[in-house]
Ligand binder design. Structure first.
Ligand code: ZN
Length: 685
């Protein structure tokens, strides 16, 4: 201890506390490097020698086992800073003070606070006063060196790993289905069930094109998927669980299954709160990728194809949407329509109508992001029908090949699932046998072990029975479907594509699948007419021109022919009678319904056609009021005369209103006119 140090320590410092900060960055260091810990505690003696009473020396060691790379989560370090800031600390002691904080920002903040609060810093090399420029410079340098040291250390470790990884020799945790053999090479898991399940996963994805469909297929077929336990007591063991979407996704993206060795597929980023976040990197940024490094389940080409397929499925959800896989709705061109105005994929909106949902192809354009109005919207029914017809006309020659391929695929797929399910039975059988053996070999006098083994054997036997029953049930179900219904349908499909296409029993989803095999996309353009440019797979194009679909009121308008009929009939008949006659003639309203009094009245009103009453009044027929006024008799008398046939009368509407005809003084009354007119009117009532 030299004089300078003594000069730095003053009575003001000695009045305050001395803080001894003890830290080991990892739990392992805490146990293995106890020497360093002992040295840290020994600094206590230095503080006493400098004049601090023993009771004023406070040890902060709550950060043992915490890394100094960041102040976050280091409760002790934060406490230290707080104490210094409040001016309670006369001196801070640490083995190498710069190791107080391995992060420059944290370190400089502490120095700054120490300078303001007039707190000294002591390490094995000496005493520093951060308020002095020279001391602060030295301390700052020490902090920078310390951070650099950490960096070099890390880089050296990382470099060693990376070198090993570049040669493909660094052992990594392998996904289920891949194992290290005795020589340390990556090979396929020798377990046949594991292998075949993984193969089925990739084949199912290739067939269905979506992960979701793959997961559903596994569930429907009651197939389990192997997974390696990642942590805990059973780490590394293989367990069988139902296939989930996330698991399927991980498997699809794993290059290991494609026979490639990969390292550095993720990066860890430090967040504002000091925590680490894992980031997936694009393939160009992976640190190591060695193709054909070991055997795999799929080829590298298949792997790339899958990646692309997954990207497309993801795009079906985003703004840059692309062709999506067929779904349930009735719109035939789902996922295939492109807007002729702006080039975006068009959405489908289903609108409820009397006879079911009507698809509309709608382009929201960039409106979704910027709140613009719709780009264009087109009723889909006519377009669907036209494209369907186009397919029926164009596609017949290839139908045979297509259908045969479908049939073959379905059969082989079922056989494969059947084989795999049988593996599950075999595995259960094997486990039951093994349990039985263990039970047989145990010393009967060792009751405790024998009981446990017997219980295990029973458990395995039950699992075996379950597996067998499951297998039989599913097998029967498969056979039924193929034998009874599908087979017949497939055979017809192979001979007659148009008939299948038009068959109402064919599901819309199937139609869409067939369409997806043949058509790349359809570009729609609405002007006076609708233009649909159909692009077939392989590049040939056809342009269809369709009339613009009618709008709602046009669709419901009454046909011209029917209007003329109504006009003629109203010369003689009331609304109800007209409706009756129209129905007899098989005529329908604009909406396609039978006529009734109300609809005739409505057509009359909207087409401005005069009613029977108006026509009769124009001809000179009189109301009861007018007759009463002209003849000077009351209603009762008029009624009586009508019933006796003394006055000519006619029902003019369906509410029982009569109109009367008074003969001119010149012409005489004609009897036959009365009877014929009365009888007609009578029918209507
Ligand atoms: Zn558009």
């Amino acid at each position: 201890m030299n004089m300078e140090t003594h000069q730095k320590v003053t009575a003001v410092h000695l009045k305050r506390n001395a803080y001894l900060y003890v830290r080991q960055s990892t739990v392992r260091q805490v146990f293995e490097n106890s020497e360093s810990t002992a040295r840290q505690y020994a600094l206590r003696q230095r503080a006493i020698a400098l004049g601090w009473p023993e009771g004023q020396i406070i040890v902060i060691d709550s950060d043992l086992g915490q890394s100094g790379a960041s102040a976050v989560d280091r409760e002790g370090f934060q406490k230290l800073v707080a104490e210094v800031g409040m001016g309670r600390a006369g001196i801070v002691l640490g083995l190498e003070v710069s190791r107080l904080a391995r992060n420059s920002a944290d370190w400089h903040r502490l120095l700054e606070i120490c300078a303001l609060a007039d707190t000294l810093i002591l390490d094995e090399d000496g005493i520093y006063d951060p308020a002095h420029f020279n001391d602060r410079l030295l301390l700052g340098l020490k902090g920078t060196m310390s951070e650099a040291e950490l960096h070099v250390l890390r880089a050296r470790l990382r470099g060693g790993l990376l070198n090993k990884a570049r040669r493909g020799e660094l052992r990594c945790p392998l996904p289920a289905g891949m194992v290290y053999d005795a020589a340390g090479r990556v090979v396929l898991d020798p377990d046949k069930q594991v292998q075949e399940t993984l193969r089925l996963l990739f084949e199912t994805f290739a067939r269905t094109g979506t992960l979701r469909a793959t997961v559903i297929y596994f569930r429907q077929q009651h197939l389990l998927f192997p997974t390696r336990v990642a942590a805990g007591a059973h780490k590394g063991e293989l367990v069988w669980t139902p296939l989930s979407l996330g698991r399927a996704c991980t498997a699809m993206h794993s290059p290991w299954y494609a026979g490639a060795y990969a390292f550095g597929r993720c990066r860890f980023r430090k967040q504002a709160d000091g925590r680490l976040r894992q980031e997936r990197l694009p393939r160009e940024q992976w640190q190591v990728l060695i193709r054909d490094a070991h055997p795999g389940y799929i080829s590298w080409e298949e792997y790339e194809r899958n990646e692309q397929q997954l990207r497309q499925s993801a795009k079906a959800l985003g703004f840059e949407r692309n062709a999506g896989p067929p779904r349930e709705g009735s719109a035939l061109l789902q996922g295939k329509v492109i807007c002729g105005l702006c080039g975006s994929r068009m959405n489908i909106h289903y609108n409820p109508r009397k006879h079911g949902m009507v698809p509309n192809y709608v382009c929201v354009g960039r409106g979704r992001l910027f709140g613009d109005p719709l780009c264009q919207s087109i009723v889909g029914t006519g377009i669907d029908a036209a494209v369907g017809q186009l397919l029926v006309d164009t596609v017949t020659p290839v139908a045979l090949d297509l259908a045969l391929a479908v049939q073959q695929e379905i059969t082989s797929r079922l056989d494969e699932a059947d084989r795999l399910r049988h593996r599950q039975v075999e595995r259960a059988q094997y486990e039951a046998d093994a349990a039985r053996q263990r039970y047989m070999h145990v010393d009967p006098s060792n009751r405790l072990v024998a009981d446990a083994l017997e219980a295990e054997w029973n458990l395995k036997l039950r699992a075996l029975t379950d597996a067998q029953q499951d297998y039989q049930r599913q097998r029967a179900a498969d056979r039924f479907v193929v034998d009874e219904q599908e087979r017949q349908r497939i055979l017809t499909l192979s001979t007659d594509f148009p008939a299948i296409w038009r068959d109402p029993k064919t599901q819309q989803r199937e139609r869409k699948r067939m369409l997806a095999l043949l058509i790349e996309d359809v570009t729609l353009f609405k002007q006076r007419e609708i233009t649909a440019a159909v692009r077939f797979r392989g590049g040939s194009t056809t342009t269809l021109t369709l009339p613009r679909p009618l709008n709602a009121s046009q669709m419901r308008a009454t046909h011209q022919d029917v209007l003329q009929n109504i006009d003629r009939l109203l010369d003689e008949y009331t609304d109800a009678k007209v409706a009756h006659i129209l129905n007899q003639r098989g005529m329908r309203t604009g909406a396609g319904d039978a006529f009734d009094t109300v609809s005739v009245k409505w057509v009359r009103y909207s087409a401005k056609i005069k009613s029977l009453k108006e026509r009769l009044l124009e001809e000179g027929w009189l109301t009861v009021k007018q007759v009463s006024a002209r003849l000077g008799i009351d209603r009762g008398t008029i009624n009586k005369r009508r019933l006796q046939g003394q006055i000519k009368a006619l029902l003019c509407n369906d509410h029982g209103q009569w109109l009367y005809w008074l003969p001119d003084p010149v012409t005489s009354l004609s009897n036959d006119k009365i009877t014929s007119v009365s009888s007609t009117a009578g029918d209507a009532v």
